[in-house]
Each structure stands twice: as structure tokens, then as C-alpha cells.
Design a binder for this molecule. Structure first.
Ligand code: SAH
Length: 395
């Protein structure tokens, strides 16, 4: 069955990671290609002794093949459908598709769900796709058909937001565009709270769904506390801490649009909340808040997008956390995060550790946080673990 695809043979010994079901083939692992695949084509990968290893999408770059099947399958409509439907089942099993309290979730998370490079988010009947590989991009039409089958009449729109996630100089000229319908925004529900999501203008697919469980945990710690939500974006953490009974909540983001959004979102949930929002740079704001807050959230954008800037990123996390340690009230709680994929759990923890030592504060780890069930990590692909968080008690 695999004969109809260009055959790629790996160098001796370079088959080991595929045998352990890691889905990436790096350019240096390839010994020979029997043909000239176009980017996005399906290729069949074999070891040096001609044993079949998997089917994957070909793309020029350091990750040359992204494997989507380790079996000799026919990658037809039914094959892709079963991947999407299985991903849906996982969300369903864990209560995310019961729309009464939550109608926003990540339906499909790339390697974690078995199609590298494909992200699909669901916003109450509206689907936003962000595609990171040319092979997955070529599946767009099929995906729309599958989504129609999955959601039926509930499906209002499908927006493809891959312009910034695919190579600029590749064979596809990706534009952000609707593949179905034209809804631009929606008020969604997460754990019974309302949020306005705008996938056209918003960051990423419009909402940071990955912090859902961590926001819920924050709510538990909010009662009677003075809360500072740094890098607040849509104000998810702010809204949960208001519901948790915070004495006051201040939201800070350098983007004025984010500040408008957080105000709108607070207003969608509470008529008279002890909340204020400021459009200002985080480091500037943190400079002058000595003992003002006893709960601080630090959820900055990814400081490192590539390995070559890792050490700068680690310095950035250290500097940011150090200021927070220096300023937080005794007995305060710090929720601190990193969403940089190249920063490991250990490296992040070391940066925060160094920050606490420099600030000379005694710190206990209360929780170690990660990403929720709709951002699953394949056990064979640890790179899928990108969100790391620590909840710290600062004596
Ligand atoms: N905590 C948010 C997600 C944060 S995304 C949530 O739960 O939804 C990161 C945010 O940091 C973005 O909104 C971006 O505008 C903001 N940001 C980036 N650099 C900043 C800076 N130097 N100071 C303040 N905010 C910044």
C-alpha cells in the first residue's frame, strides 16, 4: 500500500526514535529518497534494512518528515475522520463537550492527538484552525467535511488562521480566511464564566484555552486577597479570582486592546467588581508595588521561540520572577508560568529558584502545573509539553 508514495530510507541507527513512536524525522537521519516529493506530500519511511516504519508528511526544513501513522494504512477520508473523532471522544470523556458550563475547548492538539502540526479550537459552534505543517494544510477541505459530520447543525463557521504559522516562502500562500461561514466573534462559556473571543484580531486562536484548569485553581486561592494579574490578555485569571472573592483585582497588559477586552470580560460576568485594568509594561508596573499584592500571576508570552535564544529567555524568567518575589507581601502566593516549548520544566524551575534565592525569600512549592486534558502530550513526544507553572507560597 505504501508503494504509491516516495520511499525514504533512513541511515542505520536513525530508526530508533521512530520505533519508539516519536513522529519527527530530522533531515540528518535521511540516507536516500527514491523520488522528489513536493512539500506537503505523503512519503513512506523505511529503515536501512527495508522495513516499513511509517507514513508522514514531507517538508523542507530541519524536521523533514512528520509521521502520522506507524502502520501501513490508507490515509483516506475515513482515516483522518477517525483521528478527529477519537480526539473528540477524549474531550467528551472528560466533560468538555457538555456545553452547559464550558463550550470552548481544544479539539485537536497536533502530535498529542496524532496529526503533527494541526491545531483545532472550538468556540461554541465556531472552529478555528491553526496549521503548522504544509501536509496538514493540504487536509483543510477534508477537515471541513469531517467537522461538518462531527458537529452537524451546530457548526457555524470554520476559520483558518495559518498565515503566521506556515513558512512564508513555501509552496502554499496561506491567508487567514473562512472555510465556512463568517462569524467573527462569540461569547463563550468556561466553567460557567463568560468570555468574548475574537479569533480574527485576537492573539493565537483568540483565547488561551490552555489555562482553564489553572484559572480554576487560582479561584480557590483568591478569597480576601489582593490580586495582580500580569500579562492578563483577555483577563481569564482576573475573572476567576473575582468569582473566588478577591478583595481587589488589578489586570496589567502592555496592549491597550487587551485591556479593553479584560474590562469587557469582567463586565460580562459581574456588575460591580473590585477590578481595575492598566495598559502598561509589566516591568515598569512591577517596579513600584512593594507589599501591595498578596497574590500575583505571571503568565508572560513565550520568552524563547527557538533554542538559540534559550539562555536569554531563562534570564528573562529569572528577572521577572525576582521582581515579583521582591515585591509580594509576606505570606503571598505566586502563580508563575512559562509557555516556551524550548524551556524545560527543570530549566524553568531553576530560573524561578535562582530568582527566589536572589530575592532572599523563603519559598514553598504548593503546586506544579501543566496543560489540561485537551492539550494532551503524547508519551512518545515529550516536546508537546510546553506549559509549565508553579504555585508558590512566599513566606
Ligand atoms: N494570561 C493570559 C495570556 C497571556 S498572553 C490568559 O490567561 O489569557 C501574554 C500577554 O502578555 C499578551 O496579552 C501580551 O500583550 C502581553 N505582553 C507582552 N509583553 C508585555 C510586557 N512587556 N508588559 C506587559 N504585557 C506584555
Amino acid at each position: 500500500m505504501s508503494e504509491k508514495y516516495v520511499k525514504v530510507v533512513l541511515k542505520s541507527g536513525k530508526d530508533q526514535s521512530l520505533r519508539r513512536f516519536h513522529p519527527w524525522v530530522f533531515s540528518g537521519a535521511i540516507k536516500k529518497m527514491y523520488g522528489e516529493p513536493s512539500e506537503g506530500d505523503i512519503v513512506a519511511v523505511f529503515d536501512n534494512k527495508d522495513e516499513f516504519l511509517g507514513l508522514g508528511h514531507y517538508q523542507i526544513g530541519s524536521i523533514t518528515i512528520r509521521v502520522f501513522s506507524f502502520n501501513e494504512v490508507e490515509p483516506d477520508y475515513e482515516f483522518w475522520k477517525s483521528k478527529i473523532f477519537k480526539a473528540y471522544e477524549v474531550r467528551q470523556n472528560f466533560g468538555l463537550t457538555d456545553a452547559e458550563h464550558t463550550n470552548v475547548y481544544r479539539l485537536f492538539f497536533g502530535e498529542g492527538d496524532g496529526i503533527p502540526g494541526l491545531i483545532i479550537d472550538y468556540y461554541n459552534g465556531n472552529v478555528v484552525m491553526q496549521i503548522h505543517s504544509i501536509g496538514a494544510y493540504k487536509l483543510r477541505e477534508i477537515l471541513v467535511e469531517i467537522l461538518k459530520e462531527l458537529y452537524g447543525e451546530n457548526l457555524q463557521s470554520v476559520f483558518d488562521k495559518s498565515e503566521s504559522t506556515l513558512p512564508k516562502k513555501g509552496p502554499v500562500d496561506a491567508k487567514n480566511e473562512f472555510l465556512l461561514g463568517d462569524s467573527q466573534t462569540e461569547v463563550v462559556k468556561e466553567n460557567g464564566l463568560n468570555f468574548r473571543v475574537n479569533w480574527i484580531d485576537g492573539q493565537k486562536t483568540g483565547f488561551f484555552i490552555d489555562q482553564r484548569d489553572n484559572r480554576k485553581l487560582l479561584q480557590k486561592y483568591s478569597l480576601g486577597r489582593k490580586v495582580l494579574n500580569m500579562f492578563c490578555y483577555t483577563g481569564g485569571f482576573s475573572v476567576y479570582s473575582i468569582r473566588g472573592g478577591a478583595e481587589l483585582v488589578h489586570s496589567v497588559d502592555s496592549s491597550a486592546r487587551a485591556i479593553d477586552l479584560v474590562k469587557e470580560n469582567v463586565g460580562l460576568n459581574f456588575s460591580n467588581a473590585p477590578h481595575e485594568a492598566f495598559a502598561v509594561d509589566a516591568f515598569k508596573y512591577l517596579d513600584d508595588i512593594k507589599d501591595k499584592y498578596d497574590l500575583i500571576i505571571l503568565d508572560p508570552p513565550a520568552f524563547a521561540k527557538h533554542l538559540n535564544v534559550l539562555s536569554n529567555a531563562l534570564q528573562g524568567y529569572k528577572r521577572l520572577n525576582q521582581v515579583a518575589f521582591e515585591q509580594i507581601k509576606p505570606g503571598g502566593i505566586l502563580f508563575t508560568f512559562s509557555c516556551s516549548q524550548v524551556v524545560s520544566k527543570e530549566n524553568f524551575r531553576k530560573s524561578v529558584f535562582a530568582a527566589a534565592a536572589n530575592a532572599k525569600r523563603n519559598v514553598r512549592i504548593l503546586h506544579q502545573l501543566s496543560q489540561p486534558v485537551d492539550h494532551p502530550i503524547s508519551i512518545f513526544h515529550p516536546e508537546g509539553e510546553y506549559l509549565k507553572g508553579l504555585v508558590l507560597y512566599v513566606e
